[in-house]
Design a protein around this ligand. Structure first.
Ligand code: NAD
Length: 496
């Protein structure tokens, strides 16, 4: 597969920044390496370790590009997105393999994510001819009132490593269709897959400056984007800690910058006695351990009614024990590695902490192992029983395959436990009692509620965003609602 890089000797490809429609090296002259978490000695490429000057150049290119892109008729912008979607579609098989090699998720999970990114491009391309305003009746005679949507301007996009093609897609596609120009900084663990989005849009004849990509450290590249005088809006997905940092920096700045911050989660799944356990077991297994637990929407707290707890937990534990962990490219593997050595260590530290806090390990544990041959960052799926809501493993985001089990004696207690963290991203309930299901949906403090469905998995046409510490709660992502973030509304009064 062709990638816009250069061979940097020793057969290793060097990947470039994309600024003003050109592939360019960083002015720092430095690069960083990206490797396969299932086999860390496999280096996937060298990427630009960019600095502040590179960002400044990209921000200027975006500002210059705005003159042309913002005035390109929306249906034409949509056609470019369609072309990019077709290019990505042709590459889908290779993209999925690349995603597995770079992030570690299984091939099946990668195929799902790549398909989703393509669908997102198609969805927003289709929205292009419908970026409408309103006609509003005037209180005065011979007056015509209307509103129109305009691009917000230059948008900084910063994304995490766990969905490194889908999340950039769900930010970049609506931004471009709305006529904004983007400066994109992908996560440093996974910049390779992000390259393909840029490459597809470049080949689809996106004009220079509409999309720019600068790779490098968040503290330098990200902060320079946020502090740039050219910035009009920031769409960030990542940790709550960095989200707060960005929020503080914007608030302290001299300019009003529109922000969208989608952050961490600690998602509960409640199981009531009338739930169909044969459905619940596979759904909890995939929600807690699928994607190696590295989904912001993963189920990390299982809140079970006391009357069925032993039976349910035994069945989930048996499934977790059997789960095949390994290189996500291999057939039969159900759970890939942690994304990095740091993430592996974080998982193991929390597992040790849970034991110290007094929770009881049912499955897994801290003997997370590097594969003796490949030294991959593998960790075992782990289930803690007897977890109390005040324990750190019940409150803090681990972002690994660690499930904490808590017991409730009725729906009120279950709702209280579900709401007992600072986060509020997704929440699930398993029950055949409609009244309890809707009551839960009303009372639980989360932006997405799943009834008899996995807490993981979102549809792109539905607005998405968390509550509490999971989001700045300014604007929703995805669906029609994304357009509200990427446009501003102008009211026009016409006397005739
Ligand atoms: P992170 O916050 O460390 O980094 C996210 C992005 O921000 C990366 O590109 C990073 O380089 C950049 N960054 C880091 N420091 C920065 C700074 N000071 N200024 C600007 N940019 C900076 O998060 P991560 O480890 O990449 O991702 C995991 C986190 O993302 C988890 O907390 C997870 O819950 C969250 N997440 C949330 C959602 C959601 O939709 N709510 C989706 C996926 C992941």
């Amino acid at each position: 597969m062709l990638i816009m890089g250069q061979n940097s000797g020793r057969g290793l490809q060097e990947f470039l920044n994309y600024i003003g429609g050109k592939w360019t090296k960083s002015k720092t002259g430095k690069t960083f390496q990206v490797s396969n978490p299932a086999n860390p000695s496999q280096i996937l490429g060298n990427f630009q370790l960019s600095g502040r000057e590179d960002v400044q150049e990209a921000m200027k290119a975006a500002r210059d590009g705005l003159k042309r892109w913002a005035t390109t008729p929306a249906p034409q912008r949509g056609k470019i997105l369609y072309r990019a979607a077709r290019i990505l579609d042709e590459l889908a098989e290779n993209l999925s393999k690349t995603l597995t090699m770079e992030e570690g998720k299984t091939l099946k999970e990668s195929e799902g994510e790549v398909r989703r990114a393509i669908d997102i491009f198609l969805y927003y391309a289709g929205m292009a001819p419908n970026l409408d305003g309103k006609n509003i009746p005037s209180a005065h005679q011979r007056t015509f009132l209307y509103t129109k949507r305009e691009p917000i301007g230059v948008v900084g996009v910063m994304t995490p490593w766990n969905f490194p093609i889908a999340i950039p897609a769900w930010k970049i596609a609506p931004a471009l269709v709305c006529g904004d120009c983007v400066v994109f900084k992908p996560a440093s663990l996974t910049p390779l897959i992000s390259h393909y989005i840029i490459e597809a849009l470049d080949k689809a004849s996106l004009p220079p400056g509409a999309l720019n990509m600068v790779t490098g450290p968040g503290r330098e590249v990200g902060e320079e984007i946020i502090g740039s005088p050219e910035i009009d809006a920031i769409s960030f997905t990542g940790s709550t800690e960095v989200g707060h940092r960005i929020n503080r920096k914007i608030a302290a700045g001299k300019k009003f910058v529109r922000i969208q911050l989608e952050l961490g989660g600690k998602n509960p799944a409640v199981v009531l006695p009338d739930a169909r356990l044969e459905d619940v077991v596979p759904l909890i297994k995939s929600s807690a351990f699928g994607l190696t637990g590295q989904a912001c929407t993963a189920t990390s707290r299982l809140i079970v009614h006391e009357s069925i707890k032993d039976k349910l937990v035994k069945r989930i534990s048996e499934e977790a024990e059997k789960l095949k962990v390994g290189n996500g490219l291999l057939p039969g593997v159900e759970m890939g590695p942690a994304v990095s050595e740091d993430q592996l260590q974080k998982d193991l530290d929390y597992i040790e902490l849970g034991t110290r806090e007094g929770a009881k390990i049912l499955v897994g544990g801290k003997d997370g192992r590097k594969d003796p041959e490949t030294h991959g960052f593998f960790v075992r799926p782990t289930i803690f029983d007897e977890v109390h809501k005040d324990m750190k493993i019940a409150k803090e985001e681990i972002f690994g395959p660690v499930l904490s089990v808590m017991t409730a004696s009725n729906i009120d207690e279950a709702v209280e436990l579900a709401n007992s963290t600072d986060y509020g991203l997704t929440a699930g309930i398993y029950t055949t009692n409609l009244s309890n299901a809707i009551d839960f949906a009303d009372r639980v403090d989360a932006g997405v509620i799943k009834i008899n469905k996995s807490t993981v998995g979102l549809e792109y046409q539905v607005p998405y965003g968390g509550f509490k510490q999971s989001s700045a709660q300014t604007f929703k992502e995805q669906g029609q609602e994304a357009i509200d973030f990427y446009t501003r509304i102008k009211a026009v009064y016409v006397g005739y």
